[in-house]
Design a protein around this ligand. Sequence first.
Ligand code: NAG
Ligand code: NAG
Length: 285
Amino acid sequence: MKSVYFLCIAAMFLGISSAEDAWDGTEDPEDWPKTFPECGGKKQSPITILQAKSEDWTPTDRKNKKFEMKFDGYDKEASVEAYNTGYLANITFKNSSSEKPRITLTQNGETVEYYLTNIDFHWESEHGFYGRRSDFETQMWHRNLDKNRVIALAYLINECSDSEEEEELNMYQELVVAQDIVEYGNSYSYTEVPKTFMPRNYQCGYFMYEGSFTTPPCTEGVTWFVYRKTLCLSEIVINAFKTMQNKNGKRIESNNRPFQENDPELVYLSCNEDPEDDEDDDDER
Ligand SMILES: *[C@@H]1O[C@H](CO)[C@@H](O)[C@H](O)[C@H]1NC(C)=O
Ligand SMILES: *[C@@H]1O[C@H](CO)[C@@H](O)[C@H](O)[C@H]1NC(C)=O
């Protein structure tokens, strides 16, 4: 903790923006609020999702509420840079705003565009269902810089088994990427099609709630969309991420923040008029 404090002071003297720069991912999440008070807030993420408590919004409900979420550009090739932050792998999208994939969200009589700025990976998953975590979680962060608003899409992922019902993500490119950013501070530039990280049907079938960033300074006001369907990923790819090292050259065994005491309103945006039918869709695949 002392060294964090020292770094904060050093950062202030150097005129670096804030204490944020002092965080290097090696501190225990329980200690985050001491340095970053917002991490002790009331609307923090991640959470464990209790499906039973959610309100369903079917396609008709969404139409009646004039709530719409449109996805554009996720099937186009993008220029990206992967980076080992010492805590996780972070992929930054380099294209100009007009070329970035985007979500157009219409809600409460207002339409706002959010651009995909970065994707980061966590092992184990940060969110959970009924208190159970998955092996891995991908988070796609979207921002509207003018309005200073953030939305995040989260996918829970398990190691693939032999079951044919699972939807496997083809992230073999990330195998190479992870191997090239093993050490803290390493980066790797390449091109990627964002859809690679998403389920085939990414237009619906997710829970919405208000939470926060899951890394310091844990800023609140993030709208989360957590997909109900759990995807699968080859063990080789997951293991490649687990070879990444932190600032001290130690393997990052896990980088998931514990579940937070946040009891938000949960909305489930179903694909079908009868939300129960969403599960049948999963089985067909
Ligand atoms: C993003 O930039 C790369 C490299 O400049 C380019 O090849 C690609 O077409 C751009 N993507 C879009 C959607 O314009
Ligand atoms: C990942 O990269 C984005 C965009 O460059 C940055 O805003 C964000 O803070 C980074 N996330 C982490 C956890 O380092």
